[in-house]
Design a protein around this ligand. Structure first.
Ligand SMILES: NC(=O)c1ccc[n+]([C@@H]2O[C@H](COP(=O)([O-])OP(=O)(O)OC[C@H]3O[C@@H](n4cnc5c(N)ncnc54)[C@H](O)[C@@H]3O)[C@@H](O)[C@H]2O)c1
Ligand SMILES: [Zn+2]
Ligand SMILES: [Zn+2]
Length: 393
């Protein structure tokens, strides 16, 4: 089959790889019909490169049609339409039963000291072949795939794999009080959707900061108060001015480790490009190379006693944080990979013809799988209004 494969920094290609097959009696194989490119995929072709291997199949936001099922699969059958969560979770262990599917005790990567395996996501998370491909092997066929109805286009449901639960969890973890205010940092797909969900769930005012004009325009059109800057001073000033000097009740960081405005960490991250991966892997595990600009903005902007919700991914092991400031401001901090299944029952009822979250028109680009290389680069460079790209195998 054809699949998007990793070849190095800034280098993904569409190659022919072996077709996936049923390995365990609870596996299913799906034919992928749509597969998103995520901001997290961009980390893999830059900062997280030391944890990748040439030929790794990328992608963790797929949906499609079940084609084959293992002997013990009873909950789906060939022909069913399913979305596949980006966490590989068993659905039956203790953490899964607590709604912490990203910590699944069956798929945790204990030898790496990491949480549940993820599709298409580095040696740290199990090195499982991903879903930017014609076919995908999905384990836990009775509990992992999300069955969705026939009828609407894939765009209606595909974001259940990642964008919707990630943004939903970001808003839940932000704990915005009734009639409260929230600042969203970053208006990529995650920040954009988090802003929509915060408004839908009744936040009084939603602020969002970014510098990409098309992304700001999308948020503005939905009633978000946009701040056209990612500079800490500008953002903090703007939200304080608008909240009587106090700051917003909550801040959602939807940026993560590659934020603009962290020159030293940017140099450290670039340095990983010239150091052999075996050495860099060790360095990454003990040293902090995240660009912390967005997190620092969040710490400054949030009101005293407010909450910061991190959905942006961080990967540095010893990042310095201003703990005195955080303690003194009495900041609550919550974070983590989204627990996809935890939020599916809340989100599914919103995926209707009324489309309150605007999923039907959320993708800016639909691209054949064969053109994935260009699509990755355009999304990375945020060219020509690229906000969300769906690949069509
Ligand atoms: N927690 C999870 O489960 C989960 C799931 C999906 C994605 N993510 C992470 O969420 C983050 C966002 O993903 P995305 O797909 O929206 O990515 P993206 O790269 O498209 O969007 C990031 C946006 O942040 C903006 N930005 C950069 N620096 C900024 C700063 N200092 N202040 C404000 N804005 C700034 C950029 O201009 C860009 O528009 C990534 O780190 C991704 O890995 C986490
Ligand atoms: Zn993703
Ligand atoms: Zn589990």
């Amino acid at each position: 089959m054809r699949a998007v494969t990793w070849h190095g920094r800034g280098d993904v290609r569409v190659d022919t790889v072996p077709d996936p097959v049923i390995q365990d009696p609870t596996d299913v194989v799906i034919e992928v019909t749509s597969s998103g490119i995520c901001g997290s995929d961009l980390h893999l072709i830059e900062v997280m490169a030391p944890f990748m291997t040439v030929g790794d199949v990328m992608g963790h936001e797929p949906m499609g049609v079940v084609r084959e099922v293992g002997a013990q699969v009873t909950e789906v059958k060939p022909g069913d339409r399913v979305v596949v969560p980006f966490n590989i979770s068993c659905g039956t262990c203790w953490t899964c039963s607590q709604g912490l599917q990203s910590q699944c005790e069956t798929t945790q990567n204990r030898e790496q000291g990491m949480g549940a395996s993820l599709f298409g996501y580095t040696k740290l998370y199990g090195q499982v072949p991903g879903g930017q491909a014609e076919y995908l092997r999905v384990p836990f066929g009775n509990t992992l795939p999300i069955k969705v109805p026939e009828g609407p286009a894939d765009d209606r449901f595909v974001y259940l794999s990642d964008v919707l639960p990630t943004a939903w969890q970001a808003v839940q973890y932000a704990a915005i009080p009734k009639d409260g205010t929230v600042l969203v940092l970053g208006l990529g797909p995650i920040g954009d959707m988090a802003a929509r969900i915060a408004m839908h769930l009744g936040a009084k005012q939603v602020f969002a900061a970014d510098v990409v004009p098309e992304r700001l325009a999308r948020a503005r059109a939905r009633g978000v108060t946009v701040i056209e800057s990612t500079k800490q001073d500008d953002v903090v000033q703007a939200v304080r001015d608008a909240t009587g000097g106090r700051g917003p009740d909550a801040v959602i960081d939807a940026v993560g480790m590659e934020a603009h405005g962290s020159p030293l960490a940017t140099m450290a991250q670039k340095a990983t490009a010239v150091v052999p991966d075996a050495i860099m892997e060790k360095v990454m595990q003990v040293a902090g190379v995240d660009r912390l600009a967005a997190l620092n903005t969040a710490i400054e902007a949030v009101r005293r006693g407010g909450t910061i919700s991190l959905s942006g991914v961080y990967g540095g092991a010893t990042d310095p944080l201003p703990l005195m400031r955080m303690f003194d401001k009495q900041i609550q901090l919550r974070m983590g990979q989204a627990n996809v299944w935890r939020w599916v029952p809340d989100i599914l009822p919103l995926l209707t013809d009324e489309d309150p979250l605007g999923v039907d028109t959320f993708a800016t680009h639909h691209v054949p799988l064969a053109d994935a290389r260009d699509a990755y680069m355009n999304f990375r460079e945020k060219k020509e209004g690229h906000v969300k790209v769906l690949l069509r195998p």
